[in-house]
Design a protein around this ligand. Structure first.
Ligand SMILES: [Zn+2]
Length: 189
């Protein structure tokens, strides 16, 4: 249900809606979107909805787990998520860069933790076939994300492991050999 409330400051009307849970009259931005409803908004205000989800947290976690355990659902879920992210790339970027600005310490810790987690006890000599690029890393996730960054724009989809070594020096020697002779006998550019 929509109602109007006079706003003194801007001297304008604005739309309001009554929350079905707390029965308070609240401005529309306090309601999350919901396509299933006629007015396109949820019946409960964001605050009540959040409280409801907190109360039912375990139920929702279990439900999500069961839902995603079916491979068909999982595929649909991740392809929808991916689509939404690529449709709203700018929005996601600005939200995440704002979060980094607001939480510099937590960001630092997160990066550190992530890198420790993905650092391997050995060194990989890898190839990016699309670029005939051979390199060495003990942290493929981080290294590939760097390759994809602006300025490099390398395609890392088909990266392959050529060899692995316990010692970084040995890996670098192997890399140098590849640089001289090229991949599969081709001279590298
Ligand atoms: Zn409410």
């Amino acid at each position: 249900m929509y109602l109007f409330e006079w706003q003194d400051k801007r001297n304008k009307f604005r739309y309001m809606k009554i929350c079905s849970k707390c029965s308070e009259l609240k401005p529309l931005e306090m309601f999350a979107k919901c396509k299933a409803n006629k007015d396109g908004l949820q019946c409960q205000c964001k605050q009540c909805h959040k409280q409801h989800q907190l109360d039912k947290k375990e139920y929702y976690q279990q439900y999500r787990k069961e839902y995603l355990s079916i491979s068909e659902n999982k595929e649909r879920h991740y392809s929808n998520t991916k689509q939404h992210q690529s449709d709203n790339r700018e929005k996601y970027k600005s939200v995440s860069s704002q979060w980094v600005k607001d939480n510099p310490e937590r960001h630092k810790q997160g990066v550190k933790k992530h890198h420790q987690d993905t650092t391997l006890p050995y060194h990989i000599v890898y190839l990016l076939p699309d670029h005939n690029y051979v390199g060495v890393t003990n942290n493929p996730t981080y290294r590939m994300s760097n390759h994809r960054k602006k300025g490099f724009n390398r395609n890392t989809n088909n990266w392959t492991e050529l060899a692995r070594f316990d010692d970084r020096e040995d890996a670098l020697k192997c890399e140098a050999e590849y640089h001289t002779k090229g991949y599969e006998g081709k001279k590298s550019a």
